[in-house]
Write a protein that binds this ligand. Structure first.
Ligand code: MG
Ligand code: ZN
Length: 215
């Protein structure tokens, strides 16, 4: 008997991700998959990014959480279209859940779609959603050893945002060593240290993102 359950799941996900991709292309939507552990600051980052892009790019948001609509409620105050996906226990978004959410978004009025994945440094990296770029938010209180412990996530990221740099005086976190470790896993990764609390470094990230959207 042949057992290839995992392969079939991944294959099915890949097919749906490609369909999402075609839909995004048709509506000229640039899509960013935002991944991180719980509490790293994904929602804060999305809020700060939306505020800086006002009047420049039309943004939409998909919020992925196991439960609740707290993050979508926070985002909706910024007056952008937002949809909450509750995964009901699943610890990552997959292409099918994303596809379901897209029906509730005015894609023709969105130029940049930010998808906040479920807080988890493991399986979100394995499920493509149809995105253009993958962003990993890694915050300083989590420690500078995370690339060693979750190499796939760091390998898959186009950008790593080192969030909460305002806390560096209180932590043993070596930014240079952290960046060096990331480059050892993923040479092409862009790295931006920033703080969503003080705003330091956020403009640099948003400028880069704007360049990607317009490019
Ligand atoms: Mg969140
Ligand atoms: Zn998972």
């Amino acid at each position: 008997m042949e057992i290839k359950v995992i392969k079939d799941i991944m294959g099915a996900n890949e097919q749906i991700a490609q369909k999402n991709r075609q839909l995004f292309d048709r509506h000229k939507v640039f899509v960013v998959n935002v991944m991180a552990s719980p509490g790293a600051g994904k929602t804060s980052l999305i809020l700060e990014t939306i505020r800086r892009l006002k009047g420049k790019v039309k943004v939409g948001v998909v919020e992925g959480d196991i439960s609740s609509s707290l993050d979508a409620e926070a985002i909706s105050k910024e007056d952008v279209p937002v949809v909450q996906i509750n995964t009901g226990g699943e610890c990552h978004l997959d292409a099918n859940m994303t596809s379901t959410a897209l029906g509730s978004l005015p894609l023709e009025d969105i130029e940049l779609l930010l998808i906040e994945n479920v807080g988890n440094l493991v399986c979100p990296a394995e499920f493509k959603l149809g995105e253009d770029r993958r962003v990993l938010v890694s915050s300083t209180p989590e420690g500078d050893d995370k690339p060693f412990k979750y190499p796939l996530m760091f390998h898959e990221a186009d950008v790593v945002l080192i969030n909460k740099i305002d806390l560096l005086p209180y932590l043993k976190f070596d930014v240079d060593a952290f960046a060096k470790t990331i480059k050892g896993i993923n040479q092409k990764a862009k790295i931006f240290p920033l703080s969503c609390t003080t705003g330091e470094g956020v403009d640099q990230w948003v400028d880069w993102l704007l360049g990607q959207v317009r490019g």
